[in-house]
Design a protein around this ligand. Structure first.
Ligand SMILES: Cc1cc2nc3c(=O)[nH]c(=O)nc-3n(C[C@H](O)[C@H](O)[C@H](O)COP(=O)(O)O)c2cc1C
Length: 251
C-alpha cells in the first residue's frame, strides 16, 4: 500500500458502525498487522504498541460490534495523543483502501480482564474494524459533513492542499483544527474549549489534530512536497491553542 493510495482514500472514507459478524480471514488480519508494523510516527521517540482485541475484551462499545478492535497503547509524553492520531489514521485509511470498514472509538476501553497498561504504556484509543455490513465508501464529497475551508483556514493559496485535511474525521465530528501562517509554514492550532468540564474531549481533540496532520502529510506528498513537523510554540489566532508548525519542503 502506497501513500498515494492512502491519499486517494481520503475522498471516499467514512466511519463504519455496522459489521459482518464473521471473523476476518487469517491472511487479511496478517496483512493488517504487517502494515501496522510499518506506519510512520509523528515523533519517533514516543514508544507505542498496538494490540488486537475481540468484542468480549472491550467495554463501552455502544453497539459498535466489530470482528476486531485495534487497541493503541503509548508512553505518556508530550505530543503522545497527536502521535496516536497520526499513526492510527494511516491504518484507518489502509483499511478503507482495502474495502474494510473501521471506526475510531473514543468511548471504548479494554474490559477489566485486559490490562489497561502495557509495558509501562497507557491505553489511549481504539479503532474497530472488519468487513462492513454497509457500503464502505462515499461516492460524493457532498456526503462529508464538514466545515467550509474559510472557517478553518487563513492560509492564502492553500485551498487544494487543505481540502483533504478538511475532510479528516474527528471525535463527534468537532473538526477542532485551524490553519494559519503561510503556504511554506502552516501553523496548526486547535479550538480552546472548556476541557475541565469535558476532560475526555480535551484528549480526543489532540488525537483529532494528529489525524489532520496525517492528512496534511499525505496531501503534501501528493504535491511532491515533504512535511517536517516543528512543535516549538508559535503565535496562533485568539481562541486557539498551538499544536504544530508544518514546514513544507520540496522532495
Ligand atoms: C478520536 C475519535 C473518536 C471517535 N469516537 C467515536 C465513538 O466513540 N463512537 C462513534 O460512533 N464514532 C466515533 N468517532 C467517529 C466520528 O464520529 C466520525 O469520524 C465523524 O462523525 C465524521 O464522520 P466520518 O468519519 O464518517 O467522516 C470518533 C472519531 C475520532 C476521530
Amino acid at each position: 500500500m502506497t501513500n498515494a493510495q492512502l491519499f486517494n482514500t481520503i475522498f471516499t472514507r467514512k466511519s463504519i458502525r455496522k459489521y459482518k459478524v464473521t471473523p476476518l480471514a487469517t491472511e487479511t488480519l496478517t496483512g493488517i498487522k504487517e502494515y501496522a508494523r510499518h506506519i510512520k510516527p509523528l515523533d519517533e521517540s514516543i514508544r507505542y504498541e498496538i494490540d488486537y482485541l475481540c468484542a468480549d475484551d472491550v467495554k463501552g462499545l455502544l453497539s459498535i460490534k466489530a470482528p476486531r478492535y485495534m487497541c493503541f497503547f503509548s508512553e505518556k509524553r508530550e505530543g503522545y495523543l497527536m502521535n496516536a492520531g497520526y499513526l492510527l489514521q494511516q491504518i484507518d485509511l489502509y483499511l478503507s483502501a482495502n474495502d474494510l470498514g473501521s471506526c475510531w472509538l473514543g468511548m471504548a476501553k479494554p474490559s477489566k480482564d485486559v490490562p489497561s497498561m502495557k509495558n509501562g504504556m497507557e491505553f489511549v484509543i481504539m479503532l474497530a474494524f472488519g468487513s462492513a455490513e454497509v457500503e464502505v465508501h462515499r461516492t460524493d464529497i457532498a456526503a462529508f459533513n464538514r466545515k467550509s475551508l474559510s472557517l478553518i483556514s487563513t492560509v492564502t493559496g492553500a485551498e487544494e492542499l487543505l481540502e483533504p485535511v478538511r475532510l479528516a474525521p474527528s471525535a463527534t465530528n468537532s473538526q477542532p483544527w485551524f490553519f494559519s501562517g503561510d503556504i511554506n509554514e502552516i501553523i496548526v492550532s486547535r479550538e480552546k474549549l472548556n476541557f475541565i468540564k469535558v476532560p475526555l474531549y480535551g484528549k480526543m481533540n489532540q488525537i483529532d489534530i494528529g489525524i489532520a496532520l496525517c492528512h496534511l502529510m499525505l496531501s503534501l506528498e501528493n504535491k511532491g512536497k515533504k512535511a517536517t513537523f516543528d512543535f516549538h510554540k508559535d503565535t496562533v489566532p485568539s481562541g486557539y491553542e498551538f499544536m504544530a508548525k508544518v514546514k513544507v519542503r520540496s522532495h
